[in-house]
Design a binder for this molecule. Structure first.
Ligand code: SF4
Length: 194
């Protein structure tokens, strides 16, 4: 409600999504029903392959750390974020929270939960495994558990996740993970030399 009048609903979904508020995927109920979350569910079914692929991808990104450093992490942020948004948007309906936990959630993005829960489902999962808020959507946490059971490191789902840091929204997880891994590696080699 705005000044006693009904709010705009999903009239400006892109604007609303940018604030971090939940917007139903695809917005139009017809479009949502038509796509049936096909690709998102495919990703969960192929979580083991995607886990394997991501591990190799992350290693390759780490090998490229000297290049990112030379170019400047800040300068590559924009193009890398663009690629990350589109690739993960297609595969996982990624909402660019900037702190990716797909490796710990069976390749099911928890930011698609209307309540944006990062540590398991609420008490409202329907008997058919769908969401109580979006009845046509399979609960992302039911999917996360199923996906995690296929993964080598699937028990990572039991790790408690920190609350979302909203200041990282719309930034690249790929670059952050790479920079952190490179810093940890440098510290380790310094300690070994000392
Ligand atoms: S956890 Fe965050 S970065 Fe990862 S797919 Fe979901 S919204 Fe995107």
């Amino acid at each position: 409600m705005v000044d006693g009048k009904p709010g705009p609903g999903n009239a400006a979904p892109a604007k609303k999504a940018a604030t971090g508020a939940f917007t139903p995927a695809g917005v139009s109920p017809n479009r949502r029903a038509r796509r049936s979350y096909t690709i998102r569910l495919w990703s969960v079914r192929h979580s083991r392959f995607l886990e394997w692929f991501y591990n190799r991808f992350a290693s390759a990104f780490l090998v490229l750390h000297p290049l990112w450093k030379k170019l400047g992490y800040n300068r590559v942020e924009k193009p890398v974020t663009f690629v990350e948004r589109n690739v993960k948007g297609l595969l996982f309906d990624c909402r660019m929270c900037g702190q990716c936990v797909l490796s710990s959630t069976g390749m099911s993005c928890p930011m698609n939960c209307p309540k944006q829960l990062r540590n398991g489902p609420c008490g409202g999962v329907r008997a058919n495994g769908h969401c109580e808020v979006e009845p046509d959507m399979p609960c992302v946490w039911v999917q996360a558990w199923a996906g995690s059971r296929n993964m080598t490191n699937g028990d990572a789902i039991l790790k408690v996740q920190k609350p979302v840091n909203q200041s990282l929204r719309e930034t690249s997880s790929w670059l952050r993970v790479t920079a952190e891994a490179a810093a940890a590696r440098d510290t380790l080699s310094k300690d070994a030399k000392a």
